[in-house]
Structures are given as structure tokens and as C-alpha cells.
Design a binder for this molecule. Sequence first.
Ligand code: SF4
Length: 305
Amino acid sequence: MLSFSPKVVTYSPAYTLVPTYECFNRCSYCNFRVEPGSLPWMTLEQAENILLPLKNQNICEILILSGEVHPLSSRREKWFQLIYDLCALALSMGFLPHTNAGPLSFTEMEKLKNVNVSMGLMLEQLTPKLLNTVHRHAPSKLPQVRLQQLQWAGELQIPFTTGLLLGIGESEDDRWETLTAISELHQRYQHIQEVILQPHSPGSQQTFNAEAFDPHQLPHVIRKAREILPANITIQIPPNLVLDENWLLACLDAGARDLGGIGPKDEVNPDYPHLQVQRLREILHSGGWELVTRLPVYPQFLRNR
Ligand code: SF4
């Protein structure tokens, strides 16, 4: 008797805590940041009040997503301690934290490793030409700074999520070069668990005046990424940024196998709400795919934790 294994796509039931929206960078496509000092930071008490009701909601991952305080600022230590304490709080309440707070020092990364099951930082694009355009006022987006983060994560054996932002002024070759750099670092350290391919999707706050990345191009990028990346790196796409159901399915057929953390709000793309998981499940089912949950740390890394 023939048996067919189901085609499986994963997602992580997640909630995002934002310690602060303030950021000393000014990426022109940003729909997240506020001016430093303009909003109070999250307190541990506020975080606990948010997390308590989530305990019964099948949520496992707490994504700690923060704007950045300058590494040389006198407020950096307080900022870092808040992030650390939020992770420790989430852990103590039974959640699994995953932090993405921009470039960290080696010591900061080493400390956060103790209270995170995995961490992340988008490489975005390595081409230096973006330093004259969308990253003109974003010192954290220096390609060598971000590559070094991936390397340090490898040295520290932190299961790591990274990715590309597509459609911010890069060429096709620039994309393949960025993917190749990720692949090479992974082959050295075996620590990259997933690569997000995030299409630029204009939001209401940004000043970058460019069209959205055409989602019809995504399957091609995914196929090429699948060729460049080692097989044990999963390709992730954000389903709220691929609004056409048929193209969402085309992305899966091309090799994407994960839909990322799905929660009440996409803090990075607040103008693009997520579909209900049940609706996503139906769309995927129509293409023969089964949507299943995963942890914020991939199974192959669990033995190290
Ligand atoms: S995209 Fe990230 S680094 Fe850039 S300004 Fe926004 S919050 Fe800061």
C-alpha cells in the first residue's frame, strides 16, 4: 500500500515584547522606530502583566524585539539589562525567549545566550552601496558589523536566525552574494537555523519611497536560495507580506518551509496584519500542505541546550 507523507510547513506561535521602540539608527524603510527619549521603556511589571494571560494561549516563543541604544551611550547598560531581565522573566514563566536587538558586543551576546533558546539578526544585504541610500543614517547596518554578529553567534554556538530584506536597492547578484556569505559561515559553525526572505513592504511611517518587492519574484529567489544554502537551513517567508494566496503556495513549492513567528502584531510591519492561523491552515491545505507548530529553537540544536 502506498503512503504519502504530508508536505509540512512550520510556524512558531509567538508574542513580541518590545523593550523600547527607540533607535539611534534611521533606516529609511523603518516603520518601527521612535526618537530616543520620546517614549518610556517597557517595565518588567508591564511585561509580566502581558505574559501572564498568554500562558493559556498555546504561545511558546517570546520574541524580544528592540530598537537600539548606541553602544557608547551611557544608557546602553540599562538597556541591555532590561533585555536580559525580560528574557529571564519569560523563561521563568515557561516561555522560550528569542532576542533580536541589533548588533551586540561579544560579551552581551554571551550573556544573552544564557536566557535565550535562539537569537536573530537580519543580515539584510551585504552590498555597501546601501550605506549611501536606505542606510545612510544607520551605523548598525554596516555589512561587516552584521557579518561579525553571525560569526560571533557561530563561535558561541547560538542557534541563529538571519535573513535578507528584498527590494531595498540591491541587485540580484547582491542577493546571491549575501546568501553565499550566510552559507559559508554556516558551513564553518553549523549554527544558522533559518533564513528569512522578507519582501520590502511599504508602511505608513517610512520615508523610503519605493515600490513593494514584487511577491511574484519570491519563488525565483527562494529557488536560488535553496541552491545556495545548505539543506539544514530552513527558508522562512512572512505570510502577511505575501498577500496573494496562490503566490504563497508558489513560495512553498519553491522551497520555503516556515512561516516564522505568528502573533497578534507584526511589530516590524505593523501595516500588514497576520491572517488567523486557521485561515492560513485552510490556504495551505488547498495546496496539500499541513501547517504545524515548532519551537523557536530547531530540533537539531536541542541537544546543545
Ligand atoms: S530598521 Fe531597525 S535598525 Fe533601522 S531604524 Fe528601524 S529599528 Fe532601527
